[in-house]
Design a protein around this ligand. Structure first.
Ligand code: GLC
Length: 546
């Protein structure tokens, strides 16, 4: 059983295949290239890769617009390359999950082509059509900067079709049982090939109903539960991870009763509050959101992240907080996109090692399994001059050689330019240099992961806030206890750029424990009267084993 719960304390890594490593000098990363780099990921401590879409696609939304659910985008390789990748990963004890895009297809998908050109085609009813664009008015528009409506007129069909994302991504009609069957067949195909599960894209939007905002509908949950039953019956031990950008009380619904819907869900509302807390030098945003985050059953897990391939979404904050985040983190209009910020981790945190350390320390110690977005482990920069979210999807920087060691193609053939400049260019930011530098960001991240892996408390443990004892408290100090069986770790962060002294009193009895910082091996003055006095340096963080 414990084996089947591998995701409870796995370290995840998100890969954009096109950006990772180009094995055949055509300027695009590919599956064979990723396979060649698996040792790097293994060495970093990665347990499971999430591959962004690798299927045939016109790439109007980087592969989230799928034109064939059963193939591989030819530039990335073929099914044989994919199997080789799976084998090589499994041989190293790593797992691989892929994107399952349930909500929509590309408008180039043969289903949609048939649907739009023939009203009598069995595929017509695979999509959501209407004679007016006035239905489902309460549904929000997600790609606000580009789309003005969730309905687009189709000349050939003589009707409007429904889409929650780009108009090139028509929504599938889940009221049609044939669609429900199709997607189970798609799952079966990839599970039979040996993948370890799915990151399920955009799951709140499967069904539409008048008079609702068309998100999180009971019918949607019902269908997702059916997918889970199918997985449990035929593929135990494989997982479903939900992308549901929702408030905790809504996202929690995706875990069902604990064992009958998703195994994991991204914690979207937590993410922007990490950046709020760091900028305000205050723990309050984190306390607020984690206090509203219900405990999960032992069979489910949050997936926590700092950044991903999309804009840093500000959907799960108030209007006022959003404005503040934009002012603080995206002063230039080009840095903003839809309701978010299209920048990478290192530039967001001023490329400051203290702040990056804090962010990673939170990622690896808060409740959930962490996921790292490719390139953030070396502190890659972004390129706000590229369109849409392309600026955070540039080539991985392997070395300070031609094309950052990403590809042997001529630079003009690369799918996107390598980041340039004195701060984030490959001269300053690359894997090869950081591997050899014990003080590099890469080695810091690797060290944190290796420590985390020795202590199941981080994946399995309960979470309890520990506040300073008045008057020795500081709102800049964020401390919590992780506890599991006999293991207890007190994690302490100083979000402030100045020193802070606190007296911490954990809510459990601790007698004569001499706290040892798991990261440095340094010991601290023992508890006295269940109290621990700490003088924290600016941006210091400690993982104190009690
Ligand atoms: C998800 C993906 C995003 C994509 C969208 C539509 O939100 O993360 O990249 O554009 O779904 O598929």
């Amino acid at each position: 059983m414990k084996d089947e719960l591998w995701y409870k304390d796995a370290v995840f890594y998100q890969v954009y295949v096109r950006a990772f490593f180009d094995s055949n000098a055509d300027g695009h990363g590919d599956l064979a290239g990723l396979t060649q780099k698996l040792d790097y990921l293994k060495d970093l401590g990665v347990d499971c890769l999430w591959l962004m879409p690798i299927y045939p696609s016109p790439l109007k939304d980087d592969g989230y617009d799928i034109s064939d659910f059963y193939g591989i985008y030819p530039t990335y390789g073929d099914v044989k390359d994919f199997k080789a990748l799976l084998d090589a990963a499994h041989k190293r004890g790593m797992r691989v999950i892929t994107d399952l895009v349930l909500n929509h297809t590309s408008d180039q998908h043969p289903w949609f082509q048939a649907a739009r050109s023939d009203p009598n085609s069995p595929y017509r009813d695979y999509y959501v059509w209407s004679d007016t664009d006035q239905k489902y008015k309460e549904a929000r528009i997600i790609f606000l900067d580009v789309e003005k409506s969730n309905w687009t007129w189709d000349e050939a069909a003589g009707q409007y079709y429904w889409h929650r994302f780009y108009s090139s991504q028509p929504d599938l009609n889940y009221d049609n049982p044939a669609v429900q069957e199709e997607m189970i067949n798609v799952m079966k195909f990839w599970l039979d090939m040996g993948i370890d599960g799915f990151r399920c894209d955009a799951v709140p939007y499967l069904f539409e109903r008048e008079g609702t905002n068309c998100e999180n509908l009971p019918l949607t949950h019902e269908y997702l539960k059916r997918l889970r039953r199918f997985m449990d019956e035929h593929y135990p031990g494989r997982i479903m991870l939900a992308e549901a950008n929702q408030w905790p009380q809504d996202v929690i619904q995706y875990f069902g009763s604990g064992r009958d819907e998703f195994h994991m869900g991204f914690h979207f509302p937590l993410m922007p509050r990490i950046f709020m807390a760091l900028k305000r030098e205050e723990r309050e945003p984190l306390v607020w959101i984690l206090d509203q985050t219900p405990d999960l059953s032992e069979y489910t897990q949050w997936c926590i992240f700092l950044r991903n391939h999309d804009e840093l979404t500000l959907e799960m904050v108030t209007e006022e907080e959003r404005q503040w985040m934009w002012e603080q983190y995206a002063p230039e209009p080009r840095m903003r996109l839809n309701l978010g910020i299209r920048r990478r981790l290192a530039p967001l945190l001023d490329n400051d090692r203290g702040k990056l350390g804090l962010a990673y320390s939170l990622l690896f110690t808060m409740p959930g399994s962490p996921i790292i977005y490719y390139g953030d482990e070396i502190g890659m920069g972004d390129n706000i001059w590229l369109k849409d979210r392309d600026g955070v999807r540039t080539p991985m920087q392997w070395s300070n050689t031609n094309n950052a060691g990403f590809s042997d193609a001529d630079a003009e053939k690369l799918y996107a330019p390598v980041i340039e400049g004195p701060v984030y260019g490959p001269e300053r930011v690359n894997v090869a240099d950081q591997i050899n530098d014990p003080d590099s960001l890469l080695n810091m991240v690797r060290h944190m992961i290796s420590v985390r892996k020795q202590y199941p408390v981080f994946g399995w443990g309960k979470f309890t806030w520990v506040f300073g004892e008045a008057p020795y408290d500081s709102s800049a100090v964020c401390a919590y206890l992780r506890h599991h069986e006999n293991e207890r770790v007190l994690v302490v962060h100083n979000f402030s750029g100045s020193s802070q002294s606190v007296v911490l009193r954990p809510p459990i009895e601790i007698q004569a424990a001499v706290p040892v910082d798991l990261l440095t091996g340094k010991t601290y003055t023992p508890f006295e009267d269940n109290r621990l006095k700490l003088d924290l340096a600016p941006y210091q963080y400690l993982w104190l084993r009690l």
